[in-house]
Design a protein around this ligand. Structure first.
Ligand code: SAH
Ligand code: SF4
Ligand code: F3S
Length: 442
């Protein structure tokens, strides 16, 4: 029995910014096929769960979500599992969750319309699985960008060759690939034409981006940023995530010379003990990391530093953890993300001895987050009384209230209702742990 063709869809993204970008592109692809966006998963004929495999909790969430898609009459929508869990688990997913019709990996989602047709044809029980990492680029097969809203993500680099011993990304996303110069410039232009004033360039190791410009000269991310800076209508450029070993001079210098490049750097260090960094295969030391921070601060003294931390990596002692706290104290972060180590199937760290007990991880995470939260609050308070520019992104909770971002990526609440998409001068009149309050400068 053939299944009816879905007319409406809903895409739910669980992961990092690149996963969110992929979700937006899948939505555009389905719209180009004639489907329309449903108001939510309950109303959709096709639900795409765009999953994340980075930690166990994220990966397991997909199964409870699949269960929740069952409707009162016992029916389910057509279900596609996309993203990094799809890549890691493949055909195992429909074995465990038989209501799943389609499994599609992060490098194959341009084939989603074909997979939908395949799933339809086969009738109940048929499954379409595509976790290829094809040589042809999905980007070439996707429809042109058409989005609104003042901020946009743009994937410029994908994959990872670094193989940190805890991490699934090299397996779920494949090796490092840079998108060509012209493809990036064209997509940025299309985003600006569609209303974007700020673009965040994305990559698992975005600062490893490399390509040839129009004149055939080899350029790094700094050169690409300089080219995008020349696009009329693009007011702000950001990039994430960077690796400490790929901070080249051209990028550091761009922070000095390029006004539209925002003073923000997400540069994960993960841990503050050289012994643990070595076991993580991070291929940098505490000292070489701190040297990178010094370089970017010399180029742009007000730059906001952000990072990622893992506590409780196998073998981490109290002394190792104290070294992480000491590193955090030296760097003074504007914000950061911190996680308990989560053993991931197939990664070398998962089978290392000396796994750290859950209570010990809880305690370390709490202590680390207390320090990071205090640093974030201090960073916010240091902006009290200054005048700065805020890009207004969305409505706030109260009527007339809007929320935007400062150059340092802080959320700023503005009471007096500036239009979404406007770049306004505000005076910072209050600074809390998680946001600033601004008044339009008169
Ligand atoms: N490519 C980026 C980020 C990758 S994933 C980078 O190298 O910085 C985002 C963050 O998730 C990582 O920086 C790390 O802090 C965290 N992470 C990755 N694998 C993890 C694991 N197994 N357990 C806990 N946290 C993990
Ligand atoms: Fe994962 Fe390390 Fe690659 Fe980042 S650099 S994606 S943490 S393997
Ligand atoms: Fe998650 Fe994949 Fe991103 S594992 S963090 S969605 S690259």
């Amino acid at each position: 029995m053939n299944k009816p063709a879905p007319k409406t869809f809903h895409v739910k993204s669980f992961g990092c910014q690149m996963n969110v970008y992929d979700g937006a592109r899948m939505a555009e692809l389905l719209e180009a096929e004639g489907l329309s966006a449903a108001t939510g998963a309950d109303e959709a004929d096709l639900v795409v769960l765009n999953t994340c495999h980075i930690r166990e909790k994220a990966a397991e969430k997909v199964y409870s979500d699949i269960g929740r898609l069952r409707r009162d009459d016992g029916s389910s929508p057509m279900i596609a599992v996309a993203g990094c869990v799809a890549q890691a688990e493949g055909a195992e997913i429909p074995r465990r969750a038989p209501s799943v019709d389609i499994v599609v990996g992060p490098q194959a989602y341009h084939r989603l319309p074909d997979l939908v047709r395949e799933a339809q044809k086969g009738g109940r029980g048929a499954r379409a699985v595509d976790t290829d990492m094809p040589a042809e680029s999905k980007f070439d097969a996707l429809p042109a960008r058409r989005r609104q809203g003042p901020t946009a993500f743009l994937t410029v680099q994908e994959g990872c060759d670094k193989f940190c011993t805890y991490c699934v990304v090299p397996y779920t996303r494949g090796g490092e690939v840079s998108r060509p110069w012209q493809a990036v410039v064209d997509e940025a232009k299309a985003l600006v034409d569609a209303g974007a004033r700020e673009i965040t360039l994305l990559g698992q190791n975005v600062n490893a981006w490399e390509g040839e410009d129009e004149a055939g000269r080899v350029q790094g991310l700094g050169g690409l940023i300089r080219a995008l800076d020349r696009l009329p209508g693009l007011d702000r450029i950001r990039y994430t995530t960077s690796h400490p070993n790929d901070m080249r001079d051209d990028l550091v210098n761009a922070h000095k010379d390029v006004a539209s490049l925002m003073p923000f750097l997400h540069l994960p260090v993960q841990a503050g003990s050289d012994r643990i960094l070595k076991a993580m295969n991070r291929s940098h030391t505490v000292e070489s990391y701190l040297r990178q921070i010094d370089r970017v601060r010399a180029a742009r003294p007000d730059i906001a530093i952000s990072g990622d931390f893992i506590v409780g990596f196998p073998g981490e002692t109290e002394e190792d953890f104290a070294a992480t706290l000491a590193l955090v104290a030296r760097v003074e972060h504007a914000q950061a993300f911190s996680f308990k180590y989560s053993p991931r199937p197939g990664t070398p760290a998962a089978t290392m001895g000396d796994q750290v007990a859950a209570e010990v991880m809880d305690d370390r995470l709490q202590r680390l987050q207390a320090l990071l939260n205090k640093q974030q609050h201090d960073f916010n308070q240091a902006k009290l009384g200054i005048r700065t520019q805020v890009l207004i992104e969305r409505d706030g909770k109260k009527s007339g209230q809007r929320i935007g971002k400062s150059p340092w990526l802080q959320s700023v609440i503005v009471e007096d209702g500036p239009a979404i998409g406007s770049l306004v001068d505000v005076d910072i009149i209050a600074a809390g742990p998680n946001s600033l309050t601004g008044a339009i400068a008169s």
